[in-house]
Design a protein around this ligand. Structure first.
Ligand SMILES: Cc1cc2nc3c(=O)[nH]c(=O)nc-3n(C[C@H](O)[C@H](O)[C@H](O)COP(=O)(O)O)c2cc1C
Length: 227
């Protein structure tokens, strides 16, 4: 039996990381509705560990300029949390490479062209031209369980956005420069910058948005226990 495809299924499967947005602004009331709905995410003991800074207009441009300047000056990352494994190994290293090279191949960036790769990485700090950037913080003293809760909130935003015709790109790149983000948004040192989500309307004319990294087939990540 083929299950009926629901609008929820459509919202989940049409989400992708968009890396070129139109300048079209987002209605503030729509953003509030989306964030309020995302806050319906479950969290252990309903602690709701999420805090969001909605950054647009001149504030967005100032933050972008500061981050881009740090990136271009080659300032080294000073992350507050470890996102990736300390030692890359199979099968993760292959997936990571396939994703990186998949994107660069699509954009015609050759192996060894560090300048072009760095320029593309710098697009993170222009928020891929998205008109609105959602910056997420978590209190430093919260534990791993709250980070699990946090992911559900983030995913609610990205899936919920599809219902309004919006697209998103989650970005851990911003967490490379927590001091700059904190200074610009008045965030205290009792918080960790988790990531941001660039949000807006997709620029469908841009090749970069055609990028679709593969996913594992079911038998690679599901184990059935039936008897
Ligand atoms: C928490 C998180 C952080 C990410 N950080 C970045 C980032 O800094 N820059 C970027 O271009 N993509 C970033 N991504 C997007 C991933 O590369 C992307 O989700 C993955 O390749 C799968 O592609 P898809 O989102 O288009 O399905 C991030 C994704 C997640 C979930």
């Amino acid at each position: 039996m083929t299950p009926t495809r629901s609008p929820v299924h459509e919202a989940i499967t049409s989400r992708k990381s968009v890396r070129a947005f139109l300048p079209t602004p987002i209605e503030p009331a729509l953003l509030d509705e989306l964030l309020l709905a995302a806050g319906m995410a479950p969290s252990g003991s309903n602690v709701q560990p999420w805090q969001v800074h909605v950054v647009s207009g001149a504030a967005r441009d100032r933050l972008s300029a500061a981050l881009l300047a740090a990136h271009e000056a080659g300032h080294s990352a000073e992350r507050e949390y470890q996102y990736y494994p300390l030692t890359w190994r199979s099968p993760y290293i292959e997936r990571r490479r396939a994703t990186g090279w998949g994107l660069y191949n699509l954009l015609g960036i050759q192996k060894g062209d560090r300048e072009a790769a760095s320029r593309q990485h710098g697009r993170n700090y222009e928020f891929f031209d998205a008109p609105v950037v959602l910056v997420f913080t978590i209190d430093k003293d919260l534990q791993t369980g709250s980070w699990l809760d946090y992911g559900m909130f983030l995913q609610n935003i990205m899936i919920g956005a599809r219902g309004y015709g919006l697209h998103t790109c989650p970005q851990a790149a911003i967490a490379n420069y927590p001091d700059i983000v904190k200074e610009h948004l008045g965030i205290g040192d009792d918080k960790i910058i988790v990531c941001d989500i660039s949000i807006g309307y997709e620029d469908t004319s841009q090749k970069v948005n055609e990028f679709q990294p593969d996913r594992m087939p079911l038998d690679e990540f599901v184990t059935y226990h039936r008897d």
